[in-house]
Design a protein around this ligand. Structure first.
Ligand SMILES: [Zn+2]
Length: 164
């Protein structure tokens, strides 16, 4: 299979990466995992992810570990083993095409594209989600202002009120 390196594809992969990383949310205080249990195969199909839940978990957990600073980047190398860039001559000259980039490899390549903008939500006691900050300031701290952002602000306010 030959995959052209197209911006649309790259953006789609960044969105897919975030969905994959956010597939183990805490719901009502309980850690959940879309990639475990009876619904896992359906979840993969819904998100257009090929392969098994176990394979998806492997790459998700490896990238999550790196983004959280718990694992070294070197652990991602294995997912890129089959990826090559191949020159293809066409009407407009030579184009470089990516070959062998299966799902896990595409997720690692997407991670590389959003390094420095992909980070865990700062509400890390209650939230396992990640965010990709595309703003110019790159100062976003919460997966969502309406949930984690407000919750943390409210709690800090309470702490401040209590301590005065
Ligand atoms: Zn959050």
């Amino acid at each position: 299979m030959v995959n052209a390196v197209m911006p649309d594809r790259a953006v789609a992969d960044e969105v897919g990466l975030l969905e994959l990383l956010n597939s183990a949310p805490i719901v009502d205080g309980v850690p959940t995992d879309e990639l475990r249990g009876a619904g896992a195969t359906g979840w993969l199909r819904e998100h257009g992810i090929p392969g098994t839940p176990g394979a998806a978990r492997d790459v998700r957990d490896a990238i999550s570990g790196v983004v959280r600073g718990q694992q070294s980047e070197a652990g991602l190398q294995g997912f890129l083993a089959d990826v090559r860039q191949v020159p293809v001559v066409g009407e407009s000259g030579v184009e470089w095409k990516l070959e062998g980039a299966r799902f896990a490899a595409r997720m690692v390549l997407a991670w590389a594209q959003v390094q420095g903008r992909l980070r865990p939500c700062e509400n890390d006691a209650e939230c396992t989600l990640f965010l990709i900050d595309r703003s110019k300031a790159n100062a976003r701290r919460w997966c969502s202002m309406s949930t984690c952002g407000n919750r943390l602000k409210a709690r800090r306010h309470q702490v401040r009120v209590r301590s005065t």
